[in-house]
Design a binder for this molecule. Structure first.
Ligand SMILES: NC(=O)c1ccc[n+]([C@@H]2O[C@H](COP(=O)([O-])OP(=O)(O)OC[C@H]3O[C@@H](n4cnc5c(N)ncnc54)[C@H](O)[C@@H]3O)[C@@H](O)[C@H]2O)c1
Length: 372
């Protein structure tokens, strides 16, 4: 198959969808890979590395879209890319159709085949192409939290691990899923006193088993949260209710219970945030202060570490991309139910219920896959 890797043009997106190692893997399977010049630079991969791995480097994005049967990307195409997309071209990338009606209509009109990273789903209902970014964000939450706890950045001026003779900081993690687990692990590793709260007792049991001794687990409820925020130095918001807005576990009036300089890192801000006062911020201007509480609410945290994020993402996407390239999308989706869940749009039809519902458009439940 002919594979195209365009340079990401969405504002501040430095990730790339295929690394030189990925190119080499595709070549091994007999595919041809075209990479747009400088596509990997933001993640630390030069054009020479791609060429040495066997890719053909093309000068413009137009050339890449024109030649490729399958486009592998990171972010959804933006409006200037719509005219470049061809009928029946396979696009494998994050789409998040339910948050963009124009994108949904554009892909339907183009007749593109849209396989969305975010809805590829395993039989245990986990989302293998979202997990790596949650892992990055969870670990980063502690790195950022530790930084903003410093006095010059308006924090309480406390070192997460303390020092001999001085107690460590207290870290409260709300939600013990992927983000919360990675955050707790990092905070514990730095020597902080960590509490993870979750609603799921089986999850708390599991965390209690695997976490080190400086991590406690507690049931998530209003009483426990109110008590814990009064002494926490750093609070990480990491709850997720699939398909719904995050619940506001810390409301505006609860800020006054917290000590000045407490830092909240609301990773769940992309789902509305679990701290009421959190609104999305950017890497250029990541924090704001309300009632002396430092709020860090960057909606795309992995964007700050594109080298790590690109490798983490492509480790997860490459095995699926190879299947798509080897078999074509219809056979690959027919043989792999995880991939089939990723089909959002094909042949001008919506194949994913959530997208159809979001825009009140017809949903095609029965996908007829040729070559099946
Ligand atoms: N800001 C970013 O850059 C960024 C990056 C990656 C992920 N995220 C977001 O982080 C959030 C968490 O993602 P995840 O992958 O860890 O999800 P996850 O499904 O693995 O974990 C969510 C956890 O929240 C728990 N939970 C639900 N309601 C709760 C409540 N009331 N109290 C305590 N716990 C509760 C669930 O039991 C689950 O264990 C999501 O909103 C995700 O979109 C943000």
């Amino acid at each position: 198959m002919i594979i195209g890797v365009p340079k990401e043009i969405k504002n501040n997106e430095n990730r790339v969808a295929l690394t030189p190692a990925g190119v080499s893997e595709m070549k091994k399977h007999g595919h041809t890979v075209y990479v747009q010049a400088t596509a990997g630079l933001g993640s630390g991969f030069g054009d020479d590395e791609y060429a040495n791995a066997g890719a053909v480097v093309l000068g413009t994005i137009e050339e890449v879209y024109a030649i490729a049967e399958m486009i592998i990307k990171v972010k959804e195409p933006i409006a200037s890319e719509y005219p470049l997309i061809k009928k029946d071209q396979l696009l494998f990338t994050y789409f998040h159709f339910a948050s963009s009606e124009p994108l949904t209509h554009a892909m339907l009109e183009k007749g593109a085949v849209c396989l969305a990273y975010e809805t590829v789903e395993k039989t245990d209902r986990s989302l293998p192409l979202l997990v790596p970014m949650s892992e990055v964000a969870g670990r980063m939450a502690i790195q950022q939290g530790a930084k903003y706890l410093e006095k010059p950045l308006k924090g309480r001026g406390i070192l997460l691990g303390g020092v001999p003779g001085v107690p460590p900081a207290k870290v409260l993690v709300l939600g013990g899923g992927i983000v919360g687990t990675q955050a707790a692990k990092m905070a514990a590793g730095l020597g902080a006193q960590v509490t993870i709260m979750d609603l799921s007792l089986p999850r708390l049991r599991y965390l209690d088993d695997i976490m080190p001794a400086n991590v406690n687990t507690e049931m998530s409820n209003h009483y426990n949260i109110t008590k814990a925020i009064a002494t926490a130095d750093l609070i990480v918001g990491a709850v997720l209710i699939p398909g719904a807005k995050a619940p506001h576990l810390i409301t505006r009036d609860m800020l006054k219970l917290m000590r000045p300089g407490t830092v909240v890192v609301d990773v769940a801000v992309d789902q509305g945030g679990c701290i009421e006062t959190c609104t999305p911020t950017t890497h250029e201007n990541p924090t704001f202060i309300i009632d002396d509480i430092v709020h860090y609410c960057v909606a795309n945290m992995p964007g700050a570490v594109p080298y790590t994020s690109t490798l983490a993402l492509t480790n997860a996407t490459l095995p699926y991309a190879v299947q798509l390239a080897n078999k074509g999308w219809e056979k690959a989706c027919n043989e792999n139910k995880e991939l089939k869940k990723g089909l959002n749009i094909a042949n001008g039809k919506i194949l994913y219920k959530g997208v159809a519902e979001a825009w009140n458009l017809p949903f095609n439940e029965e996908i007829v896959l040729a070559n099946a």
